[in-house]
Write a protein that binds this ligand. Structure first.
Ligand SMILES: [Zn+2]
Length: 98
């Protein structure tokens, strides 16, 4: 199994060097140095539960907003280090209490 296809509860594969987004950003920056790169922050492709956030271990499996935001921030830093100019989650409206 490739690291980028690994899925778990915290979307570990979202910000690894093998992440398809991190790899794509690096390739784009190299091929098109003047290109403005804006990325969608998304965890659902990397979680084993399919939600775009960190799920609490409670009966309702609710989204843990603080943990989700912290994890999205980690992924945003990885995208920035890879060369992205902007990263933004599109799921703010989907997170309760936001
Ligand atoms: Zn998502």
């Amino acid at each position: 199994m490739q690291e980028s296809s690994h899925k778990d509860g915290i979307a570990s594969g979202a910000d690894t060097e093998a992440s398809p987004v991190v790899s794509a950003i690096k390739l784009l920056r190299k091929a098109f140095p003047q290109l403005y790169i804006a990325c969608d922050l998304c965890l659902c492709a990397y979680t084993d539960h399919g939600h775009c956030g960190i799920v609490r271990d409670d009966a309702e499996h609710t989204i843990d907003n603080p943990a989700s935001i912290a994890r999205l921030a980690q992924v945003a830093v990885a995208y920035a280090k890879a060369g992205a100019h902007v990263s933004s989650p599109r799921n703010w409206g989907a997170l309760p209490n936001f």
